[in-house]
Design a protein around this ligand. Structure first.
Ligand code: CA
Length: 339
């Protein structure tokens, strides 16, 4: 038997494909000429790409929790899968013209969710509009505050325009912040355990309380009172910001994270270790279970913060309770039973 020899020449592609996270562009770059050609324009927040065995190009978006099939010739993109939220963490709710609007720190964006319809709107996307990953969130008189232990920043967003107006840096892993009527900010730092007071102009900082046991989230109470969840202490603590006096409100909680004050004056807390929401009377510490078996509590990684992305809780004037589900990329709405 005789074999015939032959030579094959494989065709080595000349180009690489690249996703640009900041702009949402997909580029083809020639290895020989170094020229780049725009293949497709998607939304900012792209994070990866892959080809299947047929050479089809897929790209993924962290911001939109999606995977898209990109036509390399026409640049059109087909959605394969997409989430409405990415990793919802801390939340706050306002009632405007009878509608409840939930503001969401979604890690790769700051979004709102209509409490009635569930419609999701982008306010700021991290890649494109801002550069900090929002994890803590609160709504003050003038600003929405986005805190980020990941970026070490507190960002002030104008409530009226939705625009970023100031970025305060160099905090020690800030997890949540509150804005007072006069513009003073209080910032809880995970890495230092401090509650830091920031003057309205942002220039002066002072420590109000030290040695908080892994603070996670803040809520504003009546007068000078602030409530803080401390995950390492399993506690909710009340702080008088005028005097620095602190009082234990409740302990023996399994992983307290998000907190809000309800219209009834009670504290609503995500007890993530028990996958439930509890209401706590701030005067007596009496605890009532509001909802159980919730899909909450994304597990932290070794060396990461104990509440990796806190489960957010927000109570509307109506008594409706909103809870972010970090493990299902979803939002719960708990409606109080009719009497
Ligand atoms: Ca908050």
């Amino acid at each position: 038997m005789q074999f015939k020899s032959c030579t094959t020449r494989s065709v080595i592609p000349d180009n690489l494909y690249v996703v640009d996270t900041a702009t949402g562009a997909v580029w083809s770059v020639s290895l020989t000429s170094k020229q780049k050609k725009l293949v497709a324009s998607l939304k900012p927040g792209l994070d990866n790409l892959a080809f299947d065995s047929r050479g089809r190009l897929f790209v993924s978006s962290m911001t939109d929790n999606g995977i898209y099939l990109v036509d390399k010739v026409t640049g059109s993109a087909k959605t394969i899968v997409e989430g409405r939220l990415a990793i919802p963490t801390d939340i706050a709710v306002v009632t405007e013209n009878g509608r409840e609007i939930v503001h969401v720190a979604d890690v790769f964006s700051y979004r709102t969710v209509d409490g009635q319809s569930g419609a999701v709107s982008d306010v700021l996307r991290v890649h494109g509009d801002t550069h900090s990953n929002p994890i803590g969130l609160s709504i003050g008189p003038k600003h929405v505050l986005l805190s980020s232990w990941f970026s070490m920043t507190v960002e002030k967003i104008d409530r009226k325009t939705g625009k970023l107006v100031a970025t305060l840096g160099e905090f020690a892993a800030p997890v949540d912040a509150l804005e007072m009527a006069d513009g003073t900010l209080y910032v809880a730092e995970l890495a230092s355990g401090n509650l830091v007071k920031v003057s309205p102009d942002g220039k002066t900082r002072s420590t109000i309380v030290k040695e908080l046991r892994a603070p996670v989230a803040l809520a504003q109470g009546p007068g000078n009172l602030i409530y803080v969840t401390e995950i390492a202490g399993g506690a909710v603590t009340q702080i008088d910001v005028a005097t620095g006096a602190r009082k234990l409100v409740a302990d023996n909680l399994a992983g307290p994270e998000g907190i809000d004050v309800g219209p009834d004056g009670k504290l609503y807390v995500a007890e993530v270790g028990q996958k439930r929401i509890v209401a706590i009377d701030p005067a007596t510490g009496t605890k009532t279970v509001i909802a159980s078996n919730l899909d909450i509590g994304l597990a932290p990684y070794p060396g990461g913060p104990p509440a990796l992305v806190p489960t957010g809780v927000a109570v509307a004037k109506s008594g409706n309770i909103y809870v972010s589900s970090d493990t299902r990329n979803a939002m719960y709405k708990l409606t109080p039973p009719t009497p």
